[in-house]
Write a protein that binds this ligand. Structure first.
Ligand code: SF4
Length: 392
C-alpha cells in the first residue's frame, strides 16, 4: 500500500454514500438534509447519548423536549423536576450540569447557545467532544468528533493496532483534515452510525467470514460488501481482530436492604446531598456485609434489628440497580408504624450506624404518594416505591 495513502480521506465519499442510503435521521434532525440542526436539541441529545444508544435515548429525549423545549424553559426549572425528567438515564450529575449550563446560557448569552468552542467548553458538562458535536451538527463548523465508535473505525481504517495519547491527537488532526468542507455534521453522523451498525466492536467483516470476504449487513436481507473495505488497512492486512473496541468494564457486585417506612399514608424519603444520586430522593438503605451479598432472600430480621419499634410488612420484589461500575441487588421490605409520631430511622446525632447516607437521613421527611410522585428518584427506587404504595 502506498505510504502517502490516507485511508480516512479515501473512505470519505464511500462513507457518505453509505450514509445517504443506509443511514437514518435522528429524532432531533437529519444531518443529510439539514445543514444546521437546533443547537439545543443537539446539546441535549449529545449529553443523553453519553450513556446509551439512540433508540434507548428516544423516549427520554421526547419527554424532556416536550417539558423543556428550549434553554429558557430548562433554566427556569427546579433541580428536582429536571432530575425527575432525567430518571432512568443514570449519571444524574449530567442533568444537574444541563440545568446549571442552561442558567448560564440564559444569563450570559441571552438564552442562545454560543457558537464558539471556548464559550461552549466553559459551560458545565460540555467537554471537547460535546463541543465539537454541537459545533459541527448545529453550526456547520468543520470539526470532526472522535468518540469511541469513531476512534475504532479510524484505527481500523489506518491499521493502528496501538494508539498512544500523542497518536490520538494526531488521529484527531487527520480526521479534521478528512472532513468534506461544509458537511462536517453529515460526516460525523455518518461515522457514528457506521460504527453502530457495521464497524461495531465485532465488525461485520469478522461476523461474516463465511461469505468469502463479502461483508454482511446483518440486519438486511441482501448481503453487501462493507463499502469501506477496499480502503481499510486493518481488513487488507489482516489486522481487524487486533483492533477491538472498548475494553469490557469490570462490574462489582453489591447488595443492600431497603426499608420502605410507611406511617399514616405517608412514606419516609430523604434527599441525598452529595455523591452519586445527589439531589435525588432515597429510601433508607443498609449495605449487606460481603458474606451475605449473594444470598437470594433477606436474612430474617435484617432491618428490624435496626428498627425495633417498627412492624415488618411485606417483602417486596428483589431488584437490581446497575450504575457506573456497580451492580447492586436490592432487597426492599415494607415496615409499618402503628403509633404516632414514629421515630425516624436516625438518631438525634443525625445518623444510625449501618445505614448508608446516615448523615442525610435526618433531612428526610414524610410524603404522601402524590407528593412522592413529584420527586426525583433512581428509576429502580421509583419501581420499589410504586410496588410498596400499592400494598397499603
Ligand atoms: Fe470495519 Fe471491517 Fe469495514 Fe474495515 S472492513 S471498516 S474493519 S467493517
Amino acid at each position: 500500500m502506498n505510504s502517502t495513502f490516507n485511508p480516512l480521506l479515501s473512505s470519505r465519499e464511500a462513507l457518505l454514500d453509505w450514509f445517504e442510503t443506509q443511514g437514518t435521521a435522528y429524532p432531533w434532525g437529519d444531518p443529510r438534509r439539514e445543514a444546521r440542526i437546533d443547537p439545543y436539541k443537539v446539546w441535549i441529545s449529545e449529553i443523553m447519548l453519553q450513556q446509551t444508544v439512540v433508540s434507548g435515548v428516544l423516549p427520554y429525549f421526547n419527554r424532556w423536549i416536550s417539558r423543556f423545549p428550549g434553554v429558557r424553559e430548562l433554566a427556569a426549572a427546579e433541580e428536582g423536576e429536571a432530575l425527575r425528567y432525567w430518571e432512568g438515564l443514570g449519571y444524574y450529575s449530567r442533568a444537574r450540569n444541563l440545568l446549571a449550563a442552561a442558567r448560564k446560557i440564559r444569563d450570559q448569552y441571552g438564552g442562545v447557545l454560543p457558537s464558539r468552542a471556548d464559550q461552549l467548553k466553559a459551560l458545565p458538562g460540555i467537554g471537547e467532544y460535546t463541543a465539537r458535536a454541537i459545533l459541527s451538527l448545529a453550526f456547520n463548523q468543520d470539526l470532526a468528533v472522535l468518540d469511541a465508535n469513531v476512534k475504532r473505525i479510524a484505527r481500523r481504517l489506518e491499521g493502528l493496532v496501538e494508539l498512544s495519547p500523542a497518536g490520538e491527537t494526531a488521529l484527531q488532526t487527520r480526521l479534521d483534515q478528512s472532513l468534506p468542507p461544509g458537511r462536517a455534521g453529515c460526516f460525523n453522523a455518518a461515522l457514528m452510525q457506521f460504527g453502530q451498525k457495521i464497524c461495531k466492536r465485532v465488525p461485520a467483516c469478522l461476523r461474516d467470514s463465511s461469505s468469502g470476504g463479502n461483508l454482511g449487513f446483518p440486519d438486511s436481507e441482501s448481503w453487501a460488501p462493507c463499502p469501506l473495505q477496499r480502503n481499510c488497512r486493518a481488513f487488507l492486512e489482516g489486522l481487524v481482530p487486533l483492533i477491538p473496541g472498548a475494553r469490557q468494564r469490570m462490574i462489582t457486585e453489591k447488595a443492600a436492604d431497603l426499608a420502605v417506612l410507611l406511617w399514616q399514608n405517608r412514606v419516609f424519603l430523604y434527599p441525598k446531598r452529595r455523591g452519586l444520586g445527589q439531589g435525588l430522593y432515597h429510601l433508607p438503605r443498609k449495605p449487606r456485609p460481603a458474606e451475605v451479598k449473594s444470598s437470594g432472600e433477606p436474612p430474617a430480621g435484617a432491618l428490624p434489628g435496626d428498627l425495633p419499634t417498627w412492624t415488618p410488612g411485606p417483602v417486596l420484589k428483589t431488584r437490581v440497580h446497575t450504575y457506573t461500575r456497580y451492580r447492586e441487588t436490592l432487597y426492599p421490605r415494607v415496615y409499618f408504624f402503628p403509633g404516632d409520631p414514629p421515630p425516624l430511622p436516625c438518631g438525634p446525632a443525625g445518623g444510625e450506624p449501618g445505614f448508608a447516607d446516615s448523615g442525610d437521613l435526618g433531612r428526610g421527611g414524610w410524603f404522601t404518594p402524590g407528593e412522592a410522585q413529584k420527586l426525583g428518584f433512581f428509576s429502580v427506587y421509583r419501581q420499589i416505591l410504586d410496588e410498596a404504595l400499592l400494598s397499603f
